[in-house]
Write a protein that binds this ligand. Structure first.
Ligand code: IVH
Length: 747
């Protein structure tokens, strides 16, 4: 529940974690089925499986390296009925350092268009380490209780929930429909007593209160749940027939008035300094609370701002969990492996003597990059007191939630006399090409491009993965085989397999593992994928930073391959200028640091861009590109680089020559603005431009930068100039911000 979003992991990091989970699940399955001695609690096992599936979802190509994919693929069978949540149950983004919290707040201000000194209050409350539960009341009566499940569908645990003393069966003065959400947990004292009782009676011994709470709530016999002392804190809500209040803190007070328990350490904080002070105060009280918490949750207090901020795919933008520091253990570093990823990144992985950290056996950990090994963070600042990491060292490993283990510290006193500083390879361990590190990039990358077998294979595996081309019968294993035989060097070759090697199917049939049937099925499956959705094509190219969501968004925005290519080409000079500005910013930061002055970032960026004299149409194309929902400059830059790289571009062209690209369908057809082209101009008062655009696109509208014959709606705020005139000339429907909000039902 507290893991890092898999999409924010690099492929190598995710792979390490995935393989680790795969081994653990295999071991647990063996212990369970053959040795009849499960060594993991059900809840822990489920957690491993959930994480495994989440990683698989983000990196479908892992299906080929996972031994347990087929067994884990199906959700755990369960005796509970399923309940779809009327409003999705979300998870939370994580912050680990105070700085992450500052960044969270400044990101919110940027999104909302709030000045640095404008008021922005937060609630801060403990993050309870239990399991979340959604309680549905209709006409004041508890009618349903559901676990979180996968967020969309949970398990019906209504009868069990009724046995929990903190959960009222009836409410007075509640809205007609009210879903109260919160955390079910077990206190330390009750947990100890339960385990002691079970030790005497031969019952199940739970590893921690969270597992005990989960195991107790998910009992098919509600009488067993009744005998387990579960508690409940209310902190959030789902469906409502009318608003409960205007602020988060008032909702909490309403919950109390209705008879729920809310956490006594919930505070309203006016500033981030107050938020952080409360965090540290809760941290100091943590051991004495009598129940487990694993961090502090911050939520924007003003509910109208929460509404404006909305949600990312699984987390609200308006909340974050500030986690407590993780669990630690010492072990021996036996070696360092270098993995080469799809984009050439050389990722060092620590091979550890297996050690238990917070109840989980860890045998490898990410070392991120060469700076990290040398004792520097991504900003060039000293970490671990500057101690480097050497093979043979004793290292301290930590885990925060379910994130992959990291090295926290090195014990210099126990360093073997012969240990030498780790020499990070400057050539690719797979193809021998120079491994180069660009200014501002923390990662060293193999420069071999497609000649590097590691990169080529990773790209191919990615290309055939489930979210990309998903060719039946052509998984990572087969594609690796074809690559090592020299049959397939790049994606385009897949579509030439039949012409080159398929004559009479003889060649393919002669190969191990292929028979008549499978060979012709493969050729048919390949034929089928000559028609491919634009989003899958873009994702399949394996461009750095362009994940599945970005690819879909690009497809929706540009609608055809040609338009995308044209836009990327047109925007190139502006992309180059953006990179120059990034480099100038970096240099300025260094200079400012050494000279002990404030960095003049915006001046320096502006100067770098001005020096390059970017044509206006290139700038417009770039602005359009980075405004694609959720894309942002680093993704756009990497996209632009891929299209500008002659080799890659030629490989794209060779591929696309085999394909018929299918345009995406607009996401929301029943919205009044679906498929419409909208332009915003003038100043908006209730939302920022970015927000207006994101919302319009979510409703299926296309947002353009300038008015043309194709424009359907112009939303003109105060100060609208030439665009409004042009719209009037063209007879384009023009409305103000309020009319627009009324149209999209968000007034
Ligand atoms: S708010 C949309 N508040 O943490 C808001 N969650 O990592 C979603 N949790 O699934 C949740 N204490 O089970 C919230 N005070 C708190 C919480 C809390 C524990 C859990 C909850 C959620 C998970 C997300």
């Amino acid at each position: 529940m507290t893991e890092q979003d898999p999409r924010s992991l690099t492929e190598a990091e995710a792979r390490v974690e995935f393989q680790d989970l795969d081994a653990k699940i295999a071991a647990a399955d063996l212990a369970y089925h053959q040795e009849d001695a499960p060594d993991l609690s059900d809840a822990d096992y489920d957690r491993l499986k959930r994480r495994y599936l989440a990683l698989l979802d983000a990196f479908p190509e892992f299906a080929e390296i996972g031994a347990r994919v087929d067994t884990v693929g199906a959700p755990a069978a369960s005796g509970f009925g399923k309940i779809p949540h009327a409003v999705r149950m979300m998870s939370l983004g994580n912050a680990f350092e105070d700085q992450d919290v500052e960044d969270f707040a400044s990101g919110l201000r940027r999104y909302l268009g709030l000045a640095a000194d404008a008021p922005l209050a937060f609630t801060a409350e403990p993050k309870i380490d239990g399991l979340s539960l959604s309680l549905r009341y209709e006409q004041g009566k508890l009618v349903q209780a559901a676990t979180r499940g996968d967020g969309a569908v949970g398990e019906n645990v209504t009868e069990n929930a009724r046995t929990i003393v903190d959960i009222p069966h009836e409410l007075t003065g509640a809205p007609e429909v009210l879903e109260v959400r919160g955390e079910v947990y077990m206190s330390h004292a009750d947990f100890e007593a339960l385990n002691a009782r079970h030790a005497e009676t031969g019952g199940k011994i739970f590893a921690n209160p969270r597992n005990a709470a989960a195991g107790s709530l998910r009992q098919l016999d509600a009488e067993i749940t009744r005998a387990r002392p579960l508690r409940f804190f209310a902190y959030s809500w789902g469906e409502l027939s009318e608003p409960l209040a205007a602020t988060q803190i008032e909702v909490i007070r309403r919950f109390e008035a209705l008879g729920f328990q809310t956490n006594p350490l919930t505070r309203l904080c006016e500033t981030i300094d107050e938020v952080l002070a409360h965090y540290h105060s809760i941290e100091a009280q943590r051991a004495d609370l009598g129940y487990d918490i694993d961090g502090v949750v911050y939520k924007v207090n003003d509910l109208s701002l929460q509404e404006r901020l909305g949600f990312r795919s699984t987390t609200p933008r308006w909340a974050i969990a500030h986690k407590f520091p993780a669990e630690l253990a010492w072990t021996h570093l036996e070696g360092i492996d270098i993995q080469v990823g799809r984009t050439g990144a050389l990722s060092p992985v620590a091979r550890l003597h297996p050690v238990t950290v917070g109840g989980v056996v860890v045998s490898n950990a990410t070392l991120h990059n060469e700076d990290y090994i040398a004792g520097l963070d991504s900003k060039g600042e000293v970490i671990r007191g500057g101690k480097d990491i050497r093979i043979g060292d004793w290292v301290q490993i930590y885990r925060a939630g379910d994130v992959i283990p990291k090295v926290a510290d090195v014990d210099i006193d126990r360093r073997p006399a012969q240990a030498v500083p780790y020499a990070f390879p400057t050539t690719c361990p797979r193809c021998g090409s120079p491994a180069v590190r660009e200014e501002g990039d923390a990662v060293r990358r193999c420069s071999g491009g497609l000649i590097c077998p590691a990169q080529a294979v990773e790209k191919l595996r990615h290309f055939v993965s489930r979210s990309a081309f998903d060719i039946e019968g052509l998984g990572a294993k087969q594609v690796e085989q074809f690559h090592s035989d020299g049959w397939v060097k790049e994606p385009a070759d897949i579509f030439e397999l039949k012409a080159r090697y398929g004559s009479g199917l003889q060649q393919l049939k002669n190969r191990e593992g292929w028979g008549d049937k499978s060979a012709s099925a493969l050729f048919q499956a390949i034929e089928d994928k000559r028609n491919i959705e634009l989003g899958r094509l873009i994702f399949g190219l394996g461009i750095r930073h362009v994940g599945e969501v970005a690819a879909k968004d690009l497809a929706l925005h540009f609608l055809s391959w040609e338009t995308l290519v044209q836009a990327a080409d047109l925007a190139r000079p502006a992309a180059v200028a953006h990179r120059a500005a990034d480099e100038a910013e970096l240099a300025e930061r260094h200079a400012a640091q050494t000279e002990g002055r404030r960095a003049r970032i915006s001046d320096v960026r502006a100067a770098a861009i001005a020096a390059l004299d970017v044509p206006a149409e290139a700038q417009a194309a770039w602005d359009d590109l980075i405004s694609v929902d959720g894309l942002g400059p680093s993704v756009a830059l990497s996209l632009s680089d891929a299209f500008a790289n002659a080799e890659e571009r030629a490989a794209f062209d060779r591929l696309v020559a085999h394909l018929t690209v299918i345009a995406p369908e607009a996401p929301s057809e029943d919205s009044p603005v679906a498929g419409k082209t909208v332009v915003f101009t003038g100043s908006l008062e209730k939302m920022t431009r970015a927000e207006a655009k994101a919302r319009a696109e979510a409703l299926g509208a296309k947002v353009a930068g300038s008015v043309s014959k194709k424009t359907d709606i112009l939303v003109a705020g105060p100060g609208a100039g030439s665009k409004a005139t042009k719209a009037a000339e063209l007879g384009v429907l023009t409305m103000d911000e309020d009319q627009w909000l009324a149209l999209i039902g968000q007034a």
